[in-house]
Design a protein around this ligand. Structure first.
Ligand code: GLN
Ligand code: ZN
Length: 762
């Protein structure tokens, strides 16, 4: 059996986020298009060199993008949306950035065009740009950029495999912008363009084409399923060898289909779907190549190489002619290299493998040690890492396990049902009809950020920093009182990020110095690493909230991030189910909730914006996930008395299809993003008869635009049509930290005025 190694894609930002900085400099007009192109070329060359140095049989071309790989496909397939009004045939990098970032216009007379919509790539935190299709969308080959990247790799002497998003996945990821047609109808128009591209790539030296069709892991409608075979027959040609790449989810009912397609190889995510990998060994025709994604491409843990080798040595694979080894998916989802993490202690560092280290793991699996180490050393390192993770007292905290084991069944139940709590809360807070509030953060001014940065660098003493934040809180309180808001917030000035702030104070979390992962365009995030049992050594927010409450007679809302959001936006442990990690975080947040209550905070908001995006890719797993996710929320929330009011907040996604589960979270009040969808969501809430109180966002905080009183009244009227006034709150869509003070003030003043007008309206 021949063994080869490859990767599905490499992180493109660069070791020190060179691409990000070059992009932003270019957008500010500081460097030219040529300089930017040069940065891209240098990064590709460096990343290919790393791949070759790790003994990969091909470098992967086509995974690079100046913004996003889906956007690349919009250009090379020639389907830039007409609404941008581009003239001429040839796509360009400036047109590409226009689609990605939109054209803003202050003046009514000038044309403005909002950017393409963004959405999350399957169940990852990477955002892609959504292709826009209409019934008359036409395609044409504009592959120059791919051809020239291939030529670059060839000129550097690398054997190359070109990675593309497959035609069906590409169409699937788009959106119909005109009614009365299905984007699947466009398949027959786009296939000839793919065909042309493949022919030319083969002619120019691409040894393999990787076609990513991760939608094969989804519950596909019949017609999409059935479209695969004819489509791939149309793409098949003797001179192109296609490696069909699937990942993120077991293939299930699409398994036979995937094995049957007329392609030269099939890649299976052996981390998420090990069964598929074993089955494929039996079912894939022997002359096809099986690519095994044995290394987790989307988490940061060192691979258990012994286990991977055992798997690989299985009889089943022995009969295959050729097997490729790979990470499960593109390495886009992990940071560059652990080498930069000198701030982490040696033990923790030895547990991690980022992109560069994963290349090395591949090399080890191929039983070919890199020049500077021998195979046994690498295996021993992996073994040591596993053992130290398994036995480390910092991973396993017996008191956390004991607490979990002893949880009473009703740990996730409030003492009384909502109607009883509601009466207690009404008696306590005496809020007016249509109470007004905000979602938590206020504008983070340069001075707030500067103080936080100085404190982090050790240039500002704790006392001085605390005083600066307390002043900021006092300003926020005075501001809200002046506006006449009913339920106040402290403003979150002390928080850099809603997950990092808590992770830094919880046991079981580590933070990297350079562990950046692309989120979209030039934006990167640095997710915390949850490596051990989670607990809360000491209160995290109580002092800030207590101080804020001391400044006002109005209720001050405590502000926390929920367990699912913390889990979802971190790199999680792979040595226990996510459910268990969520439960541990939930208990830590519960401790904070009860401490806030004891400190006199009567209203506590637990944000769960990420609950929807944690949904499994397959619908059959939804119920299981939602059961533990909502339970985790309730564990966090239910340690309080009836007269303490629990809020939750959600945004970023549609919730229509999980409303019963959202109701099952049993928060007394939910505030939710709605203004952009013109209250569409609300109708769903109305139809469902959402039982508790609800604050649909009436002010779109994503834009500096100030909504008028009348506009807000209009939105509230729509809300009142489906939700009784007694259960309706008035609030913005989300936190205000990205806004500036003047527009925030104007918009909130209008919001308060709109609520007042409605209260007195007969
Ligand atoms: N409380 C947070 C804030 O206001 C909520 C952020 C969010 O939902 N993304 O910033
Ligand atoms: Zn939000």
């Amino acid at each position: 059996m021949t063994l080869r190694t490859h990767i599905l894609g490499f992180p493109r930002m660069g070791e020190n986020r060179e691409l990000k900085f070059a992009l932003e400099r270019h957008w500010r007009g500081e460097i030219s298009m040529d300089d930017l192109e040069k940065t891209g070329r240098d990064l590709r060359a460096r990343h290919w060199a790393l791949q070759r140095a790790a003994g990969l049989d091909f470098v992967t071309v086509g995974d690079f993008a100046f913004y996003d790989q889906v956007a690349n496909h919009i250009q090379w397939t020639g389907c830039e949306p007409s609404r941008f009004g581009f003239s001429g045939e040839e796509p360009s990098l400036s047109r590409y950035f226009t689609m990605a970032r939109g054209v803003a216009s202050e003046k009514e007379t000038e044309k403005s065009a909002p950017a393409l919509e963004m959405t999350k790539w399957f169940d990852t935190n990477y955002h892609y740009l959504v292709p826009e299709f209409s019934a008359d969308t036409a395609f044409a080959l504009h592959g120059e950029r791919i051809f020239s990247e291939l030529a670059e790799a060839r000129a550097l002497g690398h054997p190359a495999k070109v990675a593309l998003i497959g035609p069906l996945t590409f169409l699937w990821l788009g959106k119909e912008k005109t009614p009365g047609f299905s984007r699947l109808d466009l398949l027959e128009r786009i296939l000839p363009v793919y065909r042309q591209l493949l022919t030319r790539l083969a002619a120019e030296g691409a040894e393999w084409i990787q076609m990513d069709e991760p939608i094969l892991g989804l519950d596909l409608p019949n017609e999409w399923q059935q479209a695969f075979e004819p489509a791939y027959h149309q793409l098949a040609a003797p001179e192109t060898r296609i490696m069909l790449a699937t990942y993120f989810s077991p293939l299930k009912e699409n398994f036979n289909l995937a094995c049957r397609l007329p392609v030269a190889g099939l890649h299976i995510d052996a981390v998420r779907a090990p069964e598929d990998a074993l089955l494929a060994a039996d079912w894939l025709p022997a002359h096809r190549v099986l690519s095994l994604g044995l290394i987790d491409g989307r988490n940061i843990w060192r691979t258990d190489l012994d286990r991977a080798l055992d798997f690989l040595r299985s009889e089943r694979f022995a009969k295959l002619r050729e097997v490729w080894l790979a990470p499960s998916c593109s390495l886009l989802h992990v940071p560059f290299s652990v080498a930069a993490e000198t701030g982490l202690d040696a033990e923790l560092r030895s547990w991690l493998a980022f992109a560069v280290e994963k290349l090395r793991e591949l090399q080890t699996l191929k039983q070919a040690a890199p020049e500077d180490a021998d195979l046994e050393t690498l295996l021993a390192e992996s073994r040591r890492a596993r053992q130290s993770r398994e036995n480390s007292p910092r991973v396993n905290a017996p008191e956390v396990a004991a607490r979990l084991a002893a949880l009473p069944d009703d740990i996730d139940r409030r003492a009384s049902p909502f109607p009883v709590r509601r009466r207690a809360q009404q008696a306590r807070f005496q809020l007016p009809l249509l109470p007004t509030t905000t979602i938590g953060s206020f504008p983070q001014t340069a001075s707030v950020r500067a103080a936080r940065a100085a404190f982090r660098r050790g240039e500002m003493q704790a006392a001085e920093y605390a005083a600066a934040m307390q002043d900021e809180i006092a300003r926020a309180v005075a501001f809200q009182e002046a506006l006449g808001l009913d339920v106040l917030v402290h403003g979150e000035a002390e928080r850099n990020d809603m997950v990092e702030y808590f992770g830094e104070q919880l046991a079981g979390f580590a933070f990297t110095a350079n562990g950046w992962v692309q989120s979209y365009g030039s934006r990167c995030v640095k997710p915390p690493i949850i490596y051990g049992d989670v607990s809360r050594p000491r209160p995290m927010t109580v002092e800030w909230s207590r101080h804020a409450q001391s400044l006002t007679r109005r209720p001050m809302k405590g502000m926390l991030t929920g367990p699912i959001t913390i889990l979802q936006w971190s790199f999680a442990r792979d040595d226990q189910p996510r459910r268990v990690t969520a439960e541990q975080i939930a208990l830590a947040i519960r401790d904070e909730v009860t401490d806030l209550e004891a400190a006199g905070i009567g209203i506590i908001q637990i944000d769960e914006p990420a609950i929807r995006e944690g949904l499994p890719l397959r619908r059959e797993h939804w119920a299981g996930y939602l059961a533990w996710a909502t339970r985790a929320f309730r564990i966090a929330a239910s340690g309080v008395a009836d007269e303490t009011q629990i809020h939750t907040h959600m945004c970023y996604s549609e919730f229509n299809d999980i409303l019963p589960e959202i109701a099952a979270m049993d928060a007394d009040v939910i505030t939710i993003e709605t203004s952009r969808s013109d209250m569409e969501l609300l109708r769903a809430f109305g139809n469902f008869h959402y039982p508790n109180e609800i604050g649909p966002g009436v002010y779109d905080i994503h834009s500096p635009r100030v909504p008028s009183v009348e506009e807000i009244e209009h939105l509230l009227d729509k809300a009142l049509a489906v939700i009784p006034a007694e259960r309706l709150w008035v609030n913005p869509d989300c936190g205000l930290k990205t806004r500036a003070w003047p527009e925030t003030k104007a918009a909130l003043a209008n919001m308060v005025e709109a609520a007042r007008r409605l209260r007195v309206r007969p």
